[in-house]
Design a protein around this ligand. Structure first.
Ligand code: SF4
Length: 749
């Protein structure tokens, strides 16, 4: 269809994908008379994170709304409607084999589907206890949905077993920040603050590919020759640092450590800072505790030792430490930032690595200062808000700890329940998935906004566990691979079909707005949870409103006084702010007259009891799955520009699929030659967990000891069949980013 008339109403909203939450305007589709309405037209708009830019995913975001296979009706396995038909166990391999499904999902009414789900949940809970039902949420859900899901799990199901896929992406950064600062907000400052920095140390983030509009905020550091990228791969972002062909006045640095050794690099950087008396001693004395222990812990990490462990030249390490120090305020610099991403966080040493990054930043006197700091680049669209409102195993709304009696009492009062009836902490995501259908483990799983069949580590084992469940219910808007295994699939609204709020990587609370009607019988999760609560006998006093504004008001009350305080916010206030060209408000926003949010936190004090940041000594131990005979190469996983997470959305966008249609493995030409794997050959990666096959791509962007594969594909091309589900002992975050594999040609049939 052609462009819409200029008179068509435009509605301001944000991209449905990543945590940059780029601002865009949407033009409502004209009524098309089809069962699936035409998608809205997307135009970028000026917003502080994207300043008018969008990546390919953003430009094409509307296409997924009109995907030809949108779910438009509840679906139930035929055998559950007709017990004489073959049972659901017979279809477990369908996700791999694509064989004709002997027990297909068939369309039913909402009443039929919800009655069936409620009766089965009630029966399981009665027979095996409330812990037999588990809930798995998502970092893409709106704040309102994440809040309602946590409340539903803890008050209606009364199960402790709720966690979400944010455990895969932000848990280590959150744990590290909570430990050091007493609070976790991914960026404790506006993203645009980076623009004035003289140096930015970016560890394990390929934002040039995952969130391209963010690159503009690195312009200052690039111009000053102060961009340092730590990544075993010469990623698009690494090339920004020191590409001699790039049009930039000074060159930064790309450090390419052996996979799994980022922590050693950080220890070495701090060693140099201390050995060369570059630390901000006045700041350390005034604003931190634990420095002496940390100083002792890095004493043995001299640069030559780091070089022997991580393969990073000692001279480069010294250069980077001096470059960062020169940019720090204590030395008269214009400011420096230390930023971490999934590359260093998705590790069994993830929390320790974040801690080491924070220690380095603290030693240089950066956090809690205007124009300098430490931050984590959140990935998922609502990765920040998704972890604040109660779908995390150990937390209640407002980022309160579930084992804190005062927090339980406050939230229980808002919910109108006895605090003693609220369950305690549940299992973090990987352990939760591993426990499914084990003796005493959950026998039913409700999945909301997550595609664990593709996105979970050691995915083959996850598929096996899902196949053993008595009940798997998946709420989604497209038939994801996980929905393909479900007993019941419930079609939900998404993005431009719904009202709500998201919280960006900066802690900025922003509005998502509806511009098109949902297709068919798709309904919001808020309505589904309310209907299930009613069917499960929740008392009338336990309200599950379906109006997102009403849910938000309750969320705001539940968060009041907590670390992530939204009490001063409402949909109406956010709308009014935007009408005056305001770009959203940063939490905390307490309910105080005139409070306009907190763009920069920690300026006066950290959120610890004494207001000082905690420095904690950590040490390098290496990855859990180290290379060895039989598995002699490192596998690193990541994303590509054109696809998002499990690909459930972006594989349904023709323009994106045309650009990158198939899984591939990047390997160095030296390795390809040695293994007899020419560019374009079929390559097989094998680990202790499983195998994956893809097309070989030669590139000198990867180390000769390392292969790289993106994780957006399922079935035989699913790299998470190979990744390890070993987790960080503090955060529970899995080690997606490095494991040991064998690399070989796919044998001819
Ligand atoms: Fe959307 Fe992220 Fe791309 Fe912006 S960078 S358009 S938020 S996917």
């Amino acid at each position: 269809s052609g462009p819409r008339p200029d008179t068509a109403p435009r509605v301001d909203s944000h991209c449905p994908y990543c945590a940059l939450q780029c601002g865009m305007s949407l033009t409502a589709a004209a009524s098309s008379g089809r069962s699936v309405p035409g998608p809205p037209e997307v135009q970028p708009r000026d917003f502080p994170t994207n300043r008018g830019g969008l990546c390919q995913k953003g430009w094409t975001a509307a296409a997924v709304l009109g995907a030809s296979d949108r779910l438009v009706s509840p679906l139930v396995r035929r055998s559950l409607l007709d017990p004489a038909a073959s049972g659901p166990a017979a279809v477990r391999d369908a996700v791999d084999t694509h064989d004709a499904d002997p027990d297909p999902l068939v369309p039913v009414s909402w009443d039929t589907a919800l009655d069936l789900v409620a009766s089965r949940l009630a029966a399981l809970a009665a027979e095996h206890g409330p812990e037999s039902v588990a809930v798995f949420g998502g970092g893409g859900l709106t704040n309102e949905k994440a809040y309602a899901l946590g409340k539903f799990a803890r008050t209606v199901l009364r199960t402790p077993n709720i966690d979400y896929n944010g455990r895969f992406c932000m848990a280590s950064a959150a744990a590290g920040m909570n430990r050091a600062f007493g609070l976790d907000r991914g960026l404790p400052f506006p993203l645009a603050d980076l623009g004035g920095a003289q140096a930015v140390l970016l560890l394990g983030s390929n934002l040039a590919e995952t969130m391209p509009p963010a690159v503009q905020h690195l312009a200052g550091a690039r111009a000053a020759g102060g961009l340092v990228v730590v990544d075993p791969r010469r990623s698009a972002t690494a090339r920004l640092a020191d590409d001699p062909a790039a049009d930039q006045p000074a060159q930064g640095v790309h450090l390419a450590p052996v996979p799994g050794t980022d922590l050693a690099v950080l220890l070495g950087l701090l060693h140099v800072v201390l050995a060369e008396n570059l630390a901000d001693t006045a700041y350390l004395a005034a604003r931190t505790t634990g420095f002496d222990d940390v100083a002792r812990s890095v004493a043995a990490w001299w640069p030559e030792r780091v070089e022997s462990v991580a393969g990073v030249p000692a001279g480069e390490l010294r250069r980077v430490a001096r470059l960062l120090a020169a940019a720090a305020p204590v030395h008269g610099g214009a400011g420096a930032y230390v930023l971490t991403g999934r590359g260093v966080e998705q590790s069994t040493q993830g929390t320790a690595t974040v801690t080491a990054a924070i220690n380095l930043a603290l030693a240089l006197g950066l956090p809690g200062r205007v124009g300098s700091g430490y931050g984590a680049i959140t990935g998922q669209g609502n990765g920040q808000g998704g972890r604040e409102h109660g779908q995390k195993a150990d937390q209640l709304p407002g980022y309160r700890k579930i084992d804190d009696p005062a927090a339980r009492a406050h939230v229980a009062a808002v919910w109108g329940v006895d605090p003693d009836t609220l369950p305690g902490p549940g299992l973090p995501a990987v352990r939760l998935l591993r426990s499914l259908a084990t003796p005493g483990g959950p026998r039913a799983l409700l999945v909301h906004g997550s595609n664990v069949v593709v996105s979970a580590p050691n995915a083959g084992a996850v598929i096996e566990r899902l196949g053993l469940l008595d009940l798997l219910v998946v709420c989604d808007f497209v038939p994801s691979e996980t929905a393909g295994l479900a007993h019941v699939v419930l079609p939900v609204t998404q993005w431009a079909e719904e009202e709500g709020t998201m919280t960006s990587l900066e802690g900025r609370v922003i509005r998502r707005r509806a511009v098109v009607a949902p297709p068919g019988a798709a309904r919001s999760e808020l309505w589904i949870l309310a209907e299930l609560a009613r069917r499960l006998g929740a008392p009338a006093t336990l309200a599950f409103p379906t109006d997102p504004a009403e849910v938000f008001d309750e969320l705001a009350r539940a968060s009041a006084g907590g670390p992530a305080d939204y009490a001063g916010l409402s949909h109406a206030r956010l709308d009014a702010d935007e009408a005056e060209a305001g770009p959203g408000l940063f939490w905390p926003v307490p309910a105080e007259p005139g409070h306009t949010g907190t763009p920069r936190i920690f300026l006066d004090r950290f959120a610890t009891t004494d207001g000082r940041a905690r420095m904690v000594a950590v040490d390098h131990a290496g990855p859990s799955d180290e290379v060895r005979p039989g598995a002699p190469f490192y596998l690193v996983t990541g994303r590509v520009l054109q696809h998002y997470q499990s690909g459930a959305q972006t594989h349904r966008v023709a323009e994106l699929e045309r650009l990158v249609a198939e899984p591939y493995v990047e390997l160095h030409p030296v390795l390809g030659f040695r293994l007899g794997l020419p560019d374009g050959a079929r390559v097989r990666l094998t680990s202790d967990r499983g195998q994956v096959e893809a097309t070989a791509r030669w590139t000198d962007a990867v180390r000769p000891d390392t292969v790289f594969m993106p994780f957006h594909w399922s079935g035989a091309g699913s790299v998470n069949r190979v990744t390890t589900d070993a987790t960080d002992p503090v955060s529970g975050m899995p080690e997606f980013k490095v494991c040991a594999v064998d690399v070989a040609p796919v044998p001819d049939d």
